[in-house]
Design a protein around this ligand. Structure first.
Ligand code: FUB
Length: 351
C-alpha cells in the first residue's frame, strides 16, 4: 500500500463507506473506546501535520497531545473535552505521542500512552486523573520495563488489569531482546526482525500492579498459534501480529485482536487466558484508505462495536486520519463477521 492515493475518487469512496468520521474539526486516529458509567469515552491519537515526510519508521506521525471525546450513544453528538495531556507536561517524553488507551479503577482514570524518550526509544507512560476526560497528570518516569508502542488496557472479570502493547518497524518491538534495546541500524525499520521461517514476534502482555502505575511482572509474549497449534511465522504477513493489540472477552473467551500492518488487516485470535496462547481465527476488517489500521472493540448496551480509523477526511494522507465506529457481529460459534469498510469499492485500489 502506498502513501499516495491520487488514483482514488474520494467522493465515490465516501458514498461506499459504511461509516462517517466521528470528529471532523481535528484529525484523530487509533480510537480506544470504553463505556464508563453509561457514557462512551474515546481515547484516540491526535494527528497533526508536523511537516515530516512519510517513511517506514512512522516519522510522519509527530503527535504531541491527546484529546478525549465522549458520546451518550454511538449515533449521538461527540464532545471534544480539549487537551487532556501534552508532551510538554511529560518529563520523560520528547516526542511522538502515539496510540493511547485508558481505564478506570476506584474512581480514578489512568491514561496509558507511548512516546519517544529523550534517547529516541519508545516507552509507555501513565497519567492519572479524577475524571475520564482528564486533564491527566503524568508520572515523572515511564513505566519500568516498558518499551515499544500501542498500550491497550484490559480489565478481567476478577478485577485484574492487564496491559497489552507492542508494534513492529517504527514501533521498535523487534529491537528488544531479553530486556535490551538494540540501537544498531537505527534508520532501518526492518532490521532485527526474525527471518520469515522463524516464529513471528507477538504482542506483549503484563499484569498491572494494584496501583495501576507499574507492571506486576515482566511482560511475556501473547503467542498466536495457527490451526495446527504452531506459532504463526514472521513471513505470514497476512496473519501475524504487527501492532495495535486489543483485548476483549466474549462468552468467556479472550479475544486478542490486532493490525497486520503492511498487509493492512485487522485480525483476531482467541484463547482461554489473558496471556494466551491464542489461536488465529480470522479477519475483522478489510484494508482502509491510509497505510495504518487500528481499532478497539467495546460493548455498549448489549451490542458490540468496532472503533477504527481511515484517512478519508484528508483524502488519503496517512498521518491525517479520522476515527469511525461500526457495529461488530458474532456468529453463533463465536467467530466475528468480517467487515468490508467500503462495500462495492474495488479494494485493490486501496492497496
Ligand atoms: O498513530 C501512530 C501509529 O500508527 C500507532 O501507534 C499505530 O498503531 C498506527 O496506527
Amino acid at each position: 500500500m502506498a502513501d499516495e492515493f491520487d488514483h482514488i475518487d474520494f467522493e465515490e469512496l465516501n458514498t461506499k463507506a459504511i461509516s462517517q468520521p466521528l470528529v471532523t474539526h481535528i484529525y484523530t486516529a487509533d480510537p480506544s473506546a470504553h463505556y464508563f458509567n453509561g457514557k462512551i469515552y474515546i481515547y484516540p491519537s491526535h494527528d497533526i501535520d508536523g511537516g515530516e515526510a512519510f517513511d517506514d519508521l512512522g516519522s510522519h506521525f509527530k503527535m504531541r497531545d491527546y484529546h478525549v471525546f465522549s458520546m451518550d450513544s454511538v449515533d449521538g453528538d461527540v464532545t471534544d473535552h480539549g487537551v487532556a495531556l501534552d508532551v510538554d507536561n511529560v518529563k520523560w517524553a520528547a516526542k511522538q505521542m502515539w496510540a493511547p488507551d485508558a481505564h478506570e479503577k476506584d474512581g480514578k482514570y489512568y491514561l496509558y500512552f507511548p512516546a519517544k524518550d529523550h534517547e529516541g526509544i519508545f516507552r509507555i507512560g501513565v497519567a492519572v486523573s479524577d475524571h475520564p476526560t482528564g486533564p491527566f497528570v503524568a508520572q515523572p518516569e515511564a513505566i519500568k520495563e516498558s518499551f515499544s508502542i500501542d498500550p491497550a488496557v484490559f480489565k478481567d472479570d476478577d478485577g485484574s488489569y492487564y496491559l497489552y502493547f507492542g508494534g513492529l518497524w517504527g514501533g521498535q518491538l523487534q529491537r528488544w531482546r531479553n530486556g535490551f534495546y538494540n540501537s544498531e541500524q537505527a534508520e532501518s525499520p526492518t532490521a532485527h526482525l526474525p527471518e520469515d521461517h522463524e516464529p513471528a514476534l507477538t504482542a506483549m502482555v503484563a499484569k498491572l500492579k494494584e496501583d495501576m502505575l507499574e507492571f506486576d511482572e515482566t511482560p511475556v509474549n501473547a503467542l498466536i498459534l495457527d490451526e495446527n497449534g504452531e506459532p504463526l511465522l514472521a513471513g505470514d504477513n497476512e496473519r501475524r501480529f504487527f501492532e495495535g493489540a486489543w483485548m476483549h472477552k466474549y462468552k468467556g473467551k479472550y479475544y486478542l485482536s490486532y493490525s497486520t500492518g503492511d498487509t493492512h488487516f485487522l485480525c483476531y485470535a482467541t484463547g482461554d487466558s489473558p496471556y494466551g496462547p491464542f489461536t488465529y481465527r480470522g479477519q475483522i476488517l478489510g484494508p482502509v484508505v491510509g497505510w495504518t489500521t487500528h481499532h478497539s472493540i467495546c460493548e455498549i448496551k448489549n451490542k458490540w462495536y468496532l472503533f477504527y480509523h481511515d484517512s478519508i477526511l484528508s483524502e488519503g494522507k496517512t498521518h491525517l486520519r479520522c476515527i469511525k465506529v461500526t457495529e461488530l457481529e458474532y456468529e453463533e460459534d463465536g467467530t466475528i463477521r468480517m467487515i468490508d469498510p467500503y462495500p462495492g469499492f474495488d479494494s485493490d485500489k486501496l492497496i
